[in-house]
Design a binder for this molecule. Structure first.
Ligand SMILES: CN1CCC(Oc2ccc(-c3[nH]nc4cccc(OCC5CCCCC5)c34)cc2)CC1
Length: 279
Protein backbone atom coordinates (compact mmCIF):
# COMPACT_ATOMS: atom_id res chain seq x y z
CA UNK A 1 0.00 0.00 0.00
CA UNK A 2 1.13 3.51 -0.80
CA UNK A 3 1.60 5.97 2.03
CA UNK A 4 1.45 9.77 2.44
CA UNK A 5 3.46 11.61 5.09
CA UNK A 6 2.08 14.91 6.43
CA UNK A 7 4.01 16.85 9.06
CA UNK A 8 5.95 13.69 9.87
CA UNK A 9 2.81 11.52 10.33
CA UNK A 10 2.40 8.56 7.93
CA UNK A 11 -0.96 7.64 6.40
CA UNK A 12 -1.87 4.53 4.39
CA UNK A 13 -3.87 5.22 1.21
CA UNK A 14 -7.02 3.06 1.03
CA UNK A 15 -8.53 4.47 -2.18
CA UNK A 16 -8.96 7.59 -4.25
CA UNK A 17 -12.34 9.25 -3.66
CA UNK A 18 -12.11 12.11 -6.14
CA UNK A 19 -9.90 13.90 -8.59
CA UNK A 20 -9.90 17.32 -10.20
CA UNK A 21 -7.51 19.18 -12.53
CA UNK A 22 -4.43 19.08 -10.37
CA UNK A 23 -5.95 17.74 -7.15
CA UNK A 24 -6.83 14.31 -5.79
CA UNK A 25 -8.70 13.25 -2.67
CA UNK A 26 -7.77 9.99 -0.95
CA UNK A 27 -9.29 7.98 1.83
CA UNK A 28 -6.43 7.18 4.25
CA UNK A 29 -5.77 5.49 7.61
CA UNK A 30 -3.42 6.77 10.32
CA UNK A 31 -1.35 4.57 12.65
CA UNK A 32 -4.37 4.22 14.96
CA UNK A 33 -6.50 3.00 12.04
CA UNK A 34 -8.45 6.30 12.11
CA UNK A 35 -10.04 7.24 8.78
CA UNK A 36 -9.20 10.59 7.17
CA UNK A 37 -9.52 12.28 3.80
CA UNK A 38 -6.35 13.73 2.33
CA UNK A 39 -6.61 16.34 -0.41
CA UNK A 40 -3.45 16.45 -2.52
CA UNK A 41 -2.81 19.35 -4.87
CA UNK A 42 0.04 19.21 -7.39
CA UNK A 43 1.42 22.75 -7.71
CA UNK A 44 3.96 21.94 -10.46
CA UNK A 45 1.72 23.37 -13.21
CA UNK A 46 -0.18 25.82 -11.02
CA UNK A 47 0.24 29.54 -11.71
CA UNK A 48 0.63 32.12 -8.93
CA UNK A 49 -3.11 32.93 -8.97
CA UNK A 50 -4.02 29.27 -8.46
CA UNK A 51 -1.51 28.86 -5.63
CA UNK A 52 -2.98 31.99 -4.04
CA UNK A 53 -6.56 30.65 -4.38
CA UNK A 54 -5.60 27.40 -2.67
CA UNK A 55 -3.83 29.19 0.20
CA UNK A 56 -6.88 31.44 0.52
CA UNK A 57 -9.24 28.44 0.71
CA UNK A 58 -7.02 26.78 3.34
CA UNK A 59 -6.82 29.93 5.49
CA UNK A 60 -10.62 30.33 5.43
CA UNK A 61 -11.26 26.62 6.04
CA UNK A 62 -8.78 26.67 8.91
CA UNK A 63 -10.38 29.77 10.45
CA UNK A 64 -14.02 28.71 10.04
CA UNK A 65 -13.41 25.42 11.90
CA UNK A 66 -14.14 27.36 15.06
CA UNK A 67 -17.55 28.63 13.98
CA UNK A 68 -19.56 25.65 12.82
CA UNK A 69 -19.62 21.85 12.98
CA UNK A 70 -21.16 21.92 9.50
CA UNK A 71 -17.82 22.91 7.96
CA UNK A 72 -15.61 19.87 7.21
CA UNK A 73 -12.78 19.49 9.74
CA UNK A 74 -9.26 20.42 8.61
CA UNK A 75 -6.82 18.78 11.03
CA UNK A 76 -3.50 19.70 9.43
CA UNK A 77 -1.93 20.78 6.17
CA UNK A 78 1.47 20.91 4.50
CA UNK A 79 2.26 23.44 1.76
CA UNK A 80 5.47 23.33 -0.30
CA UNK A 81 6.37 24.85 -3.67
CA UNK A 82 5.37 21.66 -5.46
CA UNK A 83 2.37 20.28 -3.55
CA UNK A 84 -0.29 20.82 -0.86
CA UNK A 85 -1.58 18.12 1.49
CA UNK A 86 -4.74 18.79 3.53
CA UNK A 87 -5.63 16.29 6.28
CA UNK A 88 -9.40 16.43 6.64
CA UNK A 89 -12.40 14.69 8.21
CA UNK A 90 -13.61 11.82 6.00
CA UNK A 91 -17.31 11.61 5.14
CA UNK A 92 -19.31 8.55 4.12
CA UNK A 93 -20.86 9.88 0.95
CA UNK A 94 -21.20 13.16 -0.96
CA UNK A 95 -24.74 14.52 -1.16
CA UNK A 96 -24.84 14.18 -4.97
CA UNK A 97 -24.18 10.44 -4.83
CA UNK A 98 -26.60 10.11 -1.92
CA UNK A 99 -29.35 11.95 -3.84
CA UNK A 100 -28.80 9.88 -6.99
CA UNK A 101 -28.90 6.58 -5.11
CA UNK A 102 -32.07 7.27 -3.13
CA UNK A 103 -34.65 9.27 -5.08
CA UNK A 104 -37.01 9.61 -2.09
CA UNK A 105 -35.84 11.51 0.97
CA UNK A 106 -37.70 11.29 4.29
CA UNK A 107 -39.15 14.62 5.54
CA UNK A 108 -37.00 14.27 8.67
CA UNK A 109 -33.73 13.73 6.76
CA UNK A 110 -34.58 16.57 4.36
CA UNK A 111 -35.32 19.06 7.13
CA UNK A 112 -32.23 18.10 9.15
CA UNK A 113 -29.91 18.25 6.13
CA UNK A 114 -31.47 21.59 5.09
CA UNK A 115 -30.75 23.00 8.55
CA UNK A 116 -27.10 21.78 8.27
CA UNK A 117 -26.64 23.30 4.80
CA UNK A 118 -28.11 26.66 5.89
CA UNK A 119 -25.82 26.77 8.92
CA UNK A 120 -22.73 25.98 6.82
CA UNK A 121 -23.53 28.62 4.17
CA UNK A 122 -24.58 31.19 6.81
CA UNK A 123 -21.15 30.66 8.42
CA UNK A 124 -19.20 31.37 5.23
CA UNK A 125 -21.45 34.36 4.39
CA UNK A 126 -20.83 35.79 7.88
CA UNK A 127 -17.14 35.76 7.02
CA UNK A 128 -17.54 37.48 3.68
CA UNK A 129 -17.33 34.35 1.54
CA UNK A 130 -19.87 33.75 -1.24
CA UNK A 131 -19.59 30.25 -2.71
CA UNK A 132 -21.47 31.02 -5.98
CA UNK A 133 -21.26 27.44 -7.24
CA UNK A 134 -23.13 25.42 -4.60
CA UNK A 135 -24.36 21.94 -5.65
CA UNK A 136 -24.88 18.63 -3.82
CA UNK A 137 -21.26 17.56 -4.57
CA UNK A 138 -20.03 20.36 -2.29
CA UNK A 139 -21.65 18.66 0.71
CA UNK A 140 -20.74 15.39 2.36
CA UNK A 141 -22.60 13.18 4.84
CA UNK A 142 -20.58 12.56 8.00
CA UNK A 143 -22.25 10.35 10.63
CA UNK A 144 -25.74 11.51 9.69
CA UNK A 145 -25.08 15.21 9.34
CA UNK A 146 -24.21 17.26 6.26
CA UNK A 147 -20.99 19.28 6.04
CA UNK A 148 -19.67 21.76 3.47
CA UNK A 149 -16.36 20.54 1.99
CA UNK A 150 -15.26 23.57 -0.02
CA UNK A 151 -15.92 27.30 -0.34
CA UNK A 152 -15.74 27.61 -4.13
CA UNK A 153 -12.46 29.53 -3.90
CA UNK A 154 -10.04 26.92 -5.30
CA UNK A 155 -10.80 24.74 -8.32
CA UNK A 156 -13.18 21.81 -8.06
CA UNK A 157 -12.79 18.10 -7.36
CA UNK A 158 -14.69 15.52 -9.41
CA UNK A 159 -15.52 11.93 -8.39
CA UNK A 160 -12.68 9.47 -9.05
CA UNK A 161 -11.91 8.92 -12.72
CA UNK A 162 -14.09 5.77 -13.06
CA UNK A 163 -17.26 7.66 -12.19
CA UNK A 164 -16.10 10.96 -13.69
CA UNK A 165 -18.78 10.81 -16.43
CA UNK A 166 -21.48 9.14 -14.38
CA UNK A 167 -22.01 11.58 -11.57
CA UNK A 168 -19.57 14.41 -11.80
CA UNK A 169 -21.30 17.71 -11.10
CA UNK A 170 -18.49 19.95 -12.24
CA UNK A 171 -19.85 22.67 -14.51
CA UNK A 172 -23.50 21.74 -13.97
CA UNK A 173 -25.83 24.65 -14.75
CA UNK A 174 -28.76 23.17 -12.81
CA UNK A 175 -28.02 25.20 -9.67
CA UNK A 176 -26.95 28.47 -11.33
CA UNK A 177 -28.89 31.58 -10.23
CA UNK A 178 -30.47 33.80 -12.95
CA UNK A 179 -28.44 36.89 -11.98
CA UNK A 180 -25.18 34.94 -12.54
CA UNK A 181 -26.30 34.15 -16.08
CA UNK A 182 -27.45 37.73 -16.71
CA UNK A 183 -24.44 39.15 -14.87
CA UNK A 184 -23.39 41.55 -17.60
CA UNK A 185 -20.91 43.37 -15.32
CA UNK A 186 -18.14 40.78 -15.68
CA UNK A 187 -16.10 41.05 -18.91
CA UNK A 188 -15.46 37.75 -20.77
CA UNK A 189 -12.38 36.05 -19.35
CA UNK A 190 -12.79 37.66 -15.93
CA UNK A 191 -14.14 35.31 -13.29
CA UNK A 192 -17.87 35.86 -12.79
CA UNK A 193 -18.34 38.42 -10.04
CA UNK A 194 -19.72 36.76 -6.92
CA UNK A 195 -22.52 39.30 -6.91
CA UNK A 196 -24.29 38.61 -3.67
CA UNK A 197 -25.30 36.06 -1.04
CA UNK A 198 -28.73 35.65 -2.68
CA UNK A 199 -27.10 33.57 -5.44
CA UNK A 200 -26.20 30.90 -2.88
CA UNK A 201 -29.83 30.98 -1.65
CA UNK A 202 -31.04 30.14 -5.18
CA UNK A 203 -28.56 27.22 -5.43
CA UNK A 204 -29.58 25.91 -2.00
CA UNK A 205 -33.22 26.18 -3.12
CA UNK A 206 -32.40 24.00 -6.15
CA UNK A 207 -30.83 21.38 -3.85
CA UNK A 208 -33.92 21.41 -1.57
CA UNK A 209 -36.16 21.21 -4.68
CA UNK A 210 -34.23 18.08 -5.73
CA UNK A 211 -34.65 16.60 -2.22
CA UNK A 212 -38.39 17.31 -2.48
CA UNK A 213 -39.31 16.43 -6.08
CA UNK A 214 -36.41 14.11 -7.04
CA UNK A 215 -35.20 16.46 -9.78
CA UNK A 216 -33.80 20.00 -10.12
CA UNK A 217 -36.18 22.76 -11.33
CA UNK A 218 -34.94 22.74 -14.96
CA UNK A 219 -33.68 19.12 -15.18
CA UNK A 220 -36.20 18.27 -17.92
CA UNK A 221 -34.51 20.79 -20.24
CA UNK A 222 -31.50 18.86 -21.54
CA UNK A 223 -30.25 21.45 -24.07
CA UNK A 224 -27.82 23.58 -22.05
CA UNK A 225 -28.59 26.81 -23.89
CA UNK A 226 -32.36 26.27 -23.55
CA UNK A 227 -31.78 25.55 -19.85
CA UNK A 228 -29.95 28.84 -19.35
CA UNK A 229 -32.78 30.71 -21.11
CA UNK A 230 -35.40 29.00 -18.95
CA UNK A 231 -33.53 29.90 -15.76
CA UNK A 232 -33.59 33.62 -16.63
CA UNK A 233 -37.02 33.66 -18.36
CA UNK A 234 -39.59 35.05 -15.90
CA UNK A 235 -42.38 33.86 -18.19
CA UNK A 236 -41.12 30.25 -17.79
CA UNK A 237 -42.96 29.12 -14.64
CA UNK A 238 -41.13 26.81 -12.21
CA UNK A 239 -43.46 23.96 -11.24
CA UNK A 240 -44.17 23.35 -7.55
CA UNK A 241 -46.37 20.24 -7.39
CA UNK A 242 -48.52 20.35 -4.24
CA UNK A 243 -47.09 18.66 -1.14
CA UNK A 244 -48.42 18.12 2.38
CA UNK A 245 -45.59 20.15 3.99
CA UNK A 246 -46.87 23.69 3.26
CA UNK A 247 -43.91 25.32 5.07
CA UNK A 248 -41.50 23.42 2.78
CA UNK A 249 -43.48 24.56 -0.28
CA UNK A 250 -43.16 28.16 0.94
CA UNK A 251 -39.37 27.80 1.41
CA UNK A 252 -38.98 26.43 -2.12
CA UNK A 253 -41.09 29.21 -3.67
CA UNK A 254 -39.19 31.86 -1.66
CA UNK A 255 -35.73 30.58 -2.69
CA UNK A 256 -36.58 30.17 -6.37
CA UNK A 257 -37.53 33.82 -6.97
CA UNK A 258 -35.66 35.06 -10.04
CA UNK A 259 -35.19 38.63 -8.76
CA UNK A 260 -32.41 38.39 -6.12
CA UNK A 261 -33.79 41.45 -4.30
CA UNK A 262 -37.17 39.77 -3.80
CA UNK A 263 -35.57 36.40 -2.95
CA UNK A 264 -35.64 35.29 0.71
CA UNK A 265 -32.40 35.87 2.64
CA UNK A 266 -30.40 33.18 4.44
CA UNK A 267 -31.21 34.84 7.78
CA UNK A 268 -34.96 34.65 7.02
CA UNK A 269 -34.53 30.99 5.99
CA UNK A 270 -32.97 30.21 9.39
CA UNK A 271 -36.02 31.80 11.09
CA UNK A 272 -38.56 30.20 8.71
CA UNK A 273 -41.45 28.14 10.25
CA UNK A 274 -40.24 25.13 8.21
CA UNK A 275 -37.30 24.80 10.61
CA UNK A 276 -39.19 25.64 13.80
CA UNK A 277 -40.89 22.29 14.39
CA UNK A 278 -40.08 18.68 13.58
CA UNK A 279 -42.24 17.09 10.85
C1 LIG B 1 -18.59 8.54 -5.80
N1 LIG B 1 -18.07 8.08 -4.50
C2 LIG B 1 -17.01 9.02 -4.02
C3 LIG B 1 -16.44 8.57 -2.66
C4 LIG B 1 -17.52 8.40 -1.61
O1 LIG B 1 -18.08 9.70 -1.31
C5 LIG B 1 -17.28 10.59 -0.60
C6 LIG B 1 -16.56 10.21 0.56
C7 LIG B 1 -15.79 11.17 1.23
C8 LIG B 1 -15.74 12.50 0.76
C9 LIG B 1 -14.95 13.48 1.50
N2 LIG B 1 -14.83 13.41 2.84
N3 LIG B 1 -14.06 14.40 3.31
C10 LIG B 1 -13.66 15.16 2.25
C11 LIG B 1 -12.85 16.32 2.21
C12 LIG B 1 -12.62 16.92 0.97
C13 LIG B 1 -13.17 16.40 -0.23
C14 LIG B 1 -13.97 15.25 -0.19
O2 LIG B 1 -14.54 14.73 -1.35
C15 LIG B 1 -14.24 15.39 -2.59
C16 LIG B 1 -15.16 14.88 -3.73
C17 LIG B 1 -15.09 13.38 -3.91
C18 LIG B 1 -15.94 12.92 -5.09
C19 LIG B 1 -17.40 13.36 -4.96
C20 LIG B 1 -17.51 14.85 -4.66
C21 LIG B 1 -16.63 15.28 -3.47
C22 LIG B 1 -14.22 14.62 1.06
C23 LIG B 1 -16.47 12.87 -0.37
C24 LIG B 1 -17.23 11.92 -1.05
C25 LIG B 1 -18.66 7.53 -2.12
C26 LIG B 1 -19.18 8.03 -3.48
Amino acid sequence: NDTITIKGKRFIILKMIGCGGSSKVYQVLDHKNQLFAVKYVNLEEADAQMVESYKNEIQHLNHLQLYSDQIIKLYDYEITNSYIYMLMECGNLDLNTWLRNRKTVTPLDRKFYWKNMLEAVHTIHSHGIIHSDLKPANFVLVNGSVKLIDFGIANTIQPDVTSIMKNSQVGTLSYMPPEAIKDTSSQPGQSRSKICTKGDVWSLGCILYCMTYGKTPFQSITNQIAKLHAIIDTSHPIEFPDISEKDLLDVLKSCLVRNPRERISLKELLDHPYLQHSP
